[in-house]
Write a new protein. Structure first.
Lengths: 110, 110
């Protein structure tokens, strides 16, 4: 089944539609973070997060920096190509604010 | 695992990240279409397309119109909420054009 859609658009949608990929990019737009920081921010398993980060590294969207400290420190950050997702995420956020309904958050009792 | 992300953003990313959902919305931005037209444009099975269209109808993003003709004609189109995806898709298209590499299309021999 050949599709009449633009292959670049199709491949991009396919990439960002992978479970959690969008949220990981959205999270990293806040700046470089360590694995555990990303893992704490997103309801994702460590195994899957590691897999997604490798894919994003392979796509040139995320870069991984190792700091020669003891213990060693590893930081993930968006490349230029990754930061170029900002306008996409901003538009998604506008749509979400306007149209997406969510159950009211339980107010934590003091 | 609670996430510190905005629930509306998380739910929206989760919705549009479902396999083929983004491409279906992108396709319907071209205007109302019949099932077979969407099916021909996207490399998706009829069963899955039908499932995704039902989900999108449930989310209020797609509307389904039945024309009382013989044989009956059914058309799918984006609601206002669905059309509001246009700026998101335009930003994704810009990113795709600039950053996504695809294998060169085989030139059809004359």
């Amino acid at each position: 089944m050949k599709s009449s859609l633009c292959p670049k658009m199709e491949k991009t949608l396919e990439m960002i539609s992978k479970r959690w990929t969008g949220l990981i990019i959205f999270q990293l737009l806040k700046g470089p973070q360590r694995f555990c920081e990303i893992e704490n921010a997103i309801p994702i398993s460590g195994r899957l997060l590691s897999e997604r980060l490798k894919e994003l590294e392979h796509e040139g969207i995320v870069s991984r920096k190792v700091f020669p400290e003891v213990p060693v420190r590893v930081e993930y950050s968006l490349t230029e190509k990754g930061k170029a997702f900002r306008p996409i995420m901003e538009e998604i956020q506008k749509w979400a604010e306007k149209y997406m309904e969510v159950d009211p958050q339980p107010v934590s009792k003091r």
